[in-house]
Ligand binder design. Structure first.
Ligand code: ZN
Length: 284
């Protein structure tokens, strides 16, 4: 990240990433007393603007601390809009949108100059506010952020759907149906085989089979979706701790274990498919 230097009537104003040096601006505007960056930051109006800027930012935190890349930051405010820096990059730095408001406070002609020059500098491709050093990379970052946001939303919808499904099942299917001997045998075969090798398929942290391939004490055949759904692909053999979690943990916990259950279910179904193919070939 490079520092760009702008010049106002021979006085330098440093610009780095999305951040402008307020101390430089104050000096460029002829050092008006009582209008130092700290005076301005203490104003109620400034606080109001910062709240507004903080909540209406579209490009979020990546604009600020990492982008500015300022060595020796001694304080970065929690909204990421203002940083205090020591050393030769020293002074108070602020996000350019905030800095333009400071320029207006310093003097009208200075504000006019800043409005034109700083905006133009920020819009150059090498100084796009969110850009870092590489506009393509910045664009990708932004797309990924949007994608992550969408996936989070989808995840929440999926969790809600699971809750509704479980509630509906409770209304429609009341009774418990245990796994038959055949279903249990199918589950046992899948747990014994790779990748599980007798370990709990839910946590991979505790054995569920003994050396003879029988369930260890405490291991349970768990109905993952509902106690009345008892086909082999609706259950798994899990350790006592996981069974306890799933019994008392509610639907969000079920949702978090869903990927592991799906893998196990795929293993059970795959074994069944292969079993059928063998039967089919002997019949011919
Ligand atoms: Zn477990």
């Amino acid at each position: 990240m490079t520092t760009t230097t702008l010049s106002y009537q021979g006085s330098r104003i440093r610009l780095r990433g999305a951040m402008l040096n307020l101390t430089d601006m104050w000096q460029a505007a002829d050092r008006p007393p009582n209008r130092r960056p700290s005076d301005w930051l203490a104003l109620e109006e400034t606080a109001r603007f910062r709240t507004h800027a903080g909540t209406h930012r579209t490009d979020a935190t990546d604009l600020f601390a990492p982008n500015a890349g300022l060595a020796g930051i001694c304080h970065l405010d929690s909204d990421g809009l203002v940083a205090t820096v020591r050393g030769n990059q020293g002074g108070t730095w602020a996000h350019w949108q905030l800095a333009l408001t400071y320029a207006r406070y310093l003097s009208p002609p200075f504000h006019l100059w800043c409005n034109t020059v700083i905006r133009a500098a920020m819009q150059r491709p090498d100084h796009a506010p969110a850009a870092g050093d590489d506009p393509l990379r910045a664009n990708l970052d932004e797309q990924f952020q949007r994608l992550h946001h969408r996936l989070d939303t989808l995840d929440r919808h999926a969790a809600d759907l699971m809750f509704l499904t479980l509630s509906a099942q409770d209304l429609l299917l009341g009774t418990r149906r245990n796994f038959s001997g055949l279903s249990q045998a199918a589950i046992l075969r899948a747990v014994a085989a790779e990748p599980y090798g007798g370990q709990c398929p839910c946590c991979d942290d505790a054995p569920v089979l003994n050396r003879e391939g029988r369930p260890v004490a405490g291991a349970e055949f768990d109905h993952f979706f509902h106690r009345s759904l008892n086909r082999p692909e609706f259950g798994w053999l899990i350790c006592a701790a996981c069974h306890d979690d799933l019994t008392h943990g509610g639907y969000l916990l079920h949702f978090s274990r869903l990927p592991r259950f799906r893998s196990f279910q795929a293993a059970v179904l795959e074994r069944r498919r292969r079993g059928r193919m063998r039967l089919g070939s002997t019949a011919e």
